[in-house]
Each structure stands twice: as structure tokens, then as C-alpha cells.
Design a protein around this ligand. Structure first.
Ligand SMILES: [Mg+2]
Length: 320
């Protein structure tokens, strides 16, 4: 695990509402008043095609090495097919192979700097504060916390360079070892199905990647129930995540590029994989904003009901 992630973990533990690693957080100090603690709402986003119109490499790495994006993806996909290789490992390898062939060295810091060039859909930059404000108003004094998470097959380093990085409670994305051999080597590759692991990490509060996610944890011990989560994606690569969300009582929204085809979203909607779909216009008042707020209203009402049930259950147990 990189120092960056350790640092991030420490920073979160120091500044945030709850420490990053879960198990200790449900325990109370002896004598402390019991509180209903499932009041965190998590909005979880895919990156490429969801927050940004094109794959992040097309704004950053590929222009830097003078590679045409269309030709690059065609070659990467062809190689993966021919060798029955994992498409993500193949693209991560091919990028650096091509950079080396052209005599271009791109290190971690270069990728972070390139991240500033990534284009975002309209309203994305303001979205996090605007939704935060909405939750604050609607939850009144109910002690609800809102968190944003990113789960992406793209590169951690590039995401770190984008202006929205600071809004995320945690970012799970593919990453390189930069000093592995003569070429950087994939350290972590997040595939379509692999993304679901991180949904469970959020759900179970086991966000520290040094900890195993596989141990059993009963539903009532999980700090962020799926019903408090909304997943945002843009298409086929999000299907496993959307399926996990919906099967576990969570919510999902699909987006399409404004003014372009919504066919993928319609398919997802018809297949029951999403609650809603909308153009990727994140500005206040857009369909996406409005529909997200509707789901948030439902989650907030649900939290209130569950809190009341929790109270009544305790009273019944005490024989009041
Ligand atoms: Mg995507």
C-alpha cells in the first residue's frame, strides 16, 4: 500500500466523522448513550463516461505520447482478445510500452499533473457542494452524513490531479508500481466485476485495503446499508455494480452524454438495473439533480423510519 493511501487513511481518521477502518467504530465507550448509527448516505460514482465524457487517458497519457485514442483502444482490445488477456491489464501495459518506445518517461507526478486536463460534464465541479446543501436542508437536525466515493478502472494518479478529488471520502481506482521493472507494473487493477468488492468495502466500513473484506459481518453491523447508497454509472461496465446495488436494496442511476444517444440507459432501465437515468448534466435543477434528490428524500425517510424502529425495539427489550 502506498504512503499516499496510508496518509489518506490517517487524514480521514483525524478529520472525518468516523475512522476509516470499521470494526472498532460500532463499539461504544462504557456508559455512553446508545445511538442509531446508520445515518451515512454514500453516493458512489464511476468516472469515465459518468463524471467525464471520455476515458481519462484520452485527455492525458495518450496525447502526451502522441497516440491517437481510437487506434490505441482498438489495438489494446485486439491484443486482449487475441491473447485472452485481461483488457485492463493489457491497456495499462500497452500505454507504458508505447511511451517507452517513444522515449517518453511518465512518472506518478506527471500523471497527477496531467489529471488537470480531464474534462468534466457540466455542473460536476459544483455538484458535491450542491447535493451536500440539499442533504443538510432535508435531513434537518437528524445527524445525517453524506459521503462521495469513486470506484474507477481508470488511474488513481490521474484522478488525484482533477479538481474534484478533494470531494471524495475515498477513491478506489487502478494504480501502478512505478519502480517495478524498467516499465511501471499494475499494482491494482479494478475490473467491472472487481468494482463490486469496493461497494462491499463501503457497506462494511472496511475501506483500508490492507484489511480483508471477506470475513463475515452480519447486516446490522454494517455501517452503510446498501439502502443508503446510490451508484452512478454510464453503461455496460457498471452492470455488475448496479446489480449488486439493486439486489441488496440500494439505488442506481445511469447517465448518458447530453445531446447524445440514451440507448444504453434505456436498456439498463428496461432490464431493471437502475432506478432512473438522465443526461450527464450535474447542474442544479437538471433531471439528474432532481432525480438524485428524489432518491435522497426516500433514503432520508427510510433512515427516520429505521431509527424509530430501532428506538421502539430497544424500549420493548427493556420492557417499557
Ligand atoms: Mg464508465
Amino acid at each position: 500500500m502506498s504512503n499516499r493511501i496510508l496518509e489518506r487513511g490517517k487524514r480521514r481518521a483525524a478529520n472525518d466523522d468516523l475512522p476509516l477502518a470499521h470494526p472498532g467504530r460500532m463499539k461504544r465507550a462504557a456508559g455512553a448513550r446508545a445511538v442509531f448509527d446508520k445515518k451515512t448516505i454514500a453516493l458512489v460514482y464511476d468516472f469515465d463516461g459518468t463524471l467525464s465524457p471520455r476515458p481519462m487517458q484520452e485527455y492525458t497519457f495518450l496525447p502526451k505520447i502522441g497516440e491517437d485514442p481510437k487506434a490505441f483502444w482498438a489495438e489494446a482490445n485486439r491484443l486482449a482478445r487475441e491473447h485472452a488477456a485481461d483488457p485492463l491489464i493489457t491497456y495499462m501495459h500497452l500505454m507504458y510500452k508505447k511511451a517507452k518506445a517513444r522515449g517518453v518517461r511518465i512518472d506518478r507526478e506527471d500523471l497527477v499533473a496531467l489529471g488537470r486536463r480531464v474534462e468534466l460534464f457540466p455542473g460536476v465541479t459544483e455538484w458535491f457542494d450542491a447535493i451536500g446543501e440539499y442533504v443538510k436542508i432535508r435531513s434537518e437536525t437528524n445527524g445525517v452524513t453524506l459521503r462521495h466515493y469513486l470506484i474507477s478502472s481508470g488511474l488513481t494518479e490521474i484522478i488525484e490531479g482533477t479538481p474534484i478529488y478533494r470531494h471524495f471520502h475515498n477513491v478506489f481506482a487502478s494504480e501502478y508500481w512505478f519502480d517495478a521493472y524498467d516499465l511501471p507494473y499494475p499494482k491494482r487493477v479494478i475490473t467491472d466485476t472487481g468494482k463490486t468488492q469496493y461497494l462491499f468495502r463501503i457497506n462494511k466500513g472496511v475501506e483500508d485495503l490492507r484489511e480483508s473484506i471477506n470475513q463475515h459481518m452480519p447486516e446490522e453491523k454494517r455501517p452503510i446499508p446498501f439502502s443508503n447508497m446510490i451508484y452512478f454509472g454510464d453503461g455496460e461496465t457498471d452492470v455488475p455494480s448496479m446489480a449488486v446495488m439493486r439486489k441488496n436494496g440500494g439505488h442506481a442511476i445511469a447517465v448518458y452524454p447530453p445531446g447524445k444517444s440514451k440507448a444504453n440507459c434505456v436498456e439498463l432501465f428496461k432490464a431493471g438495473r437502475i432506478d432512473f437515468f438522465a443526461a450527464a448534466d450535474y447542474r442544479r435543477g437538471s433531471d439528474l439533480f432532481r432525480r438524485t434528490c428524489l432518491l435522497i428524500d426516500r433514503i432520508l425517510a427510510d433512515v427516520r423510519v429505521q431509527e424509530e424502529v430501532w428506538r421502539v425495539t430497544r424500549e420493548v427489550k427493556k420492557g417499557k
